[in-house]
Design a protein around this ligand. Structure first.
Ligand code: MEV
Length: 366
């Protein structure tokens, strides 16, 4: 039989980082036209996960047992394994017999030389693995169910992840996102299994809304050349901030107000004022993240991100670090007529690479 080949898009955060880790706080993301591919072929008497980047690793599971028995020592495949476990639990709940399969993972999200751009390969591999298993067993999951399954898998590996990257990779296009309460989800999964959590009230304030691209603004992405560890940055910020302090409450309120403006600016009925609202919102969000960094003692906006963003603001554009900061990419929204060539020259002088990345279009519901 032929291989099932699915690809999942990478992502970039546009706004709302760090705040979005708190359930219900709004953020904005885009899916990008760089992809990770998972190819699934039916296995005979074993399953496996394989990627050119890592060594081959055998995956075993026991027929008749709830879920899989897997070798947990191979860190690179944690997200894949968590995705298989979640999908297999759902498969079992539908009364379908387990089957063996081989997974091959090819990431086109990073630099050909292997350096990470920070485009969300963990989310993409989780989303693609779920989609491949969905097709293999004929589960016919909706986009929302794929997101929920991939989110449940993600928080096994990264307990505090907001899942914005999972949502963007699943839905495509520009999205607005609010995260669920992950503790609640873990408890619900423990109590009622994966099938019982899908579509349940445990998702609380989680929300994914489709937004429109900003009309009259160009989106540009700069890469600092320095890979950053989201996990390290997020735990550093959470250690460095007191969750119940007035500063943190003020940060969440300001981020919410600022991202709410961006949601409005990216709505279906954009008008002449929308582009300015989007630019102002992005600039404000940059300042909020600078303050958060200063307050928590974590360098979110590194020197290179500062240069990248300043060069954009110098030409009348708006810019900020995308995602956790500490390196990786910066994102720019530039009004028509801005001196993009001037900005790109400044980037080049400072060794900041312009990534020619576009938005992956919204996925159709099926
Ligand atoms: C990292 O890509 C974005 C953060 O908001 C963390 C998260 O959303 O899980 C900093």
């Amino acid at each position: 039989p032929d291989a099932i080949v699915v690809r999942a898009a990478g992502k970039l955060f546009v706004a709302g980082e760090y705040a979005v880790v708190s359930p219900g706080q709004p953020s904005v993301l885009i899916a990008v036209d760089r992809y990770l591919t998972v190819s699934l072929t039916a296995g005979v008497d074993a399953g496996s996960i394989h990627s050119p980047e890592y060594s081959r690793m055998p995956v075993r599971w026991t027929r008749g047992v709830d879920g899989l028995t897997l070798d947990r020592e191979h860190h690179p495949y944690d997200y894949v394994i968590a995705a298989i476990e979640a999908a297999e639990q759902l498969r079992a709940s539908r009364g379908l017999a387990p089957r063996f399969f081989d997974l091959r993972i090819d990431s086109g999200l990073d630099d050909p030389s292997g350096r990470k751009f920070g485009l969300g390969s963990s989310a993409a591999v989780t989303v693609a693995t779920i989609a491949a298993i969905d097709a293999f067993y004929g589960l016919r999951l909706t986009l929302r169910e794929r997101y929920e399954l991939a989110m449940l898998a993600t928080i096994v590996v990264a307990p505090n992840a907001s899942g914005g990257d999972v949502a963007a990779s699943t839905y495509g296009g520009w999205i607005g996102y609010r995260s669920p309460d992950r503790d609640l989800l873990r408890r619900a999964r423990a109590e009622s299994g994966v099938a019982g959590v899908l579509g349940s009230p445990a998702w609380g304030d989680a929300e994914i809304v489709r937004l429109e691209p900003p009309s009259g603004l160009d989106l540009l992405v700069g890469w600092t050349g320095h890979p950053a560890s989201t996990e390290r940055l997020v735990s550093g910020v959470s250690r460095g901030t007191n969750a119940t302090s007035t500063d943190q409450t003020a940060f969440l309120a300001a981020s919410r107000a600022c991202v709410d403006d961006l949601w409005r600016a990216l709505s279906r009925d954009q008008d002449a004022a929308s582009a300015d609202l989007a630019l102002a919102s992005l600039r404000r969000n940059r300042r909020l993240l600078q303050e958060l960094g200063a307050r928590s003692g974590v360098t979110i906006e590194t020197d290179r991100l500062r240069i990248l963003c300043d060069a954009a603001e110098d030409i009348g554009a708006a810019a900020k670090p995308s995602g956790a900061g500490g390196g990786d990419c910066g994102i720019v929204l530039a009004p028509a007529g801005a001196d993009l060539a001037g900005m790109l020259r400044a980037w080049e002088t400072n060794d900041i690479r312009h990534l020619t990345i576009g938005v992956h279009p919204p996925e159709g519901e099926h």
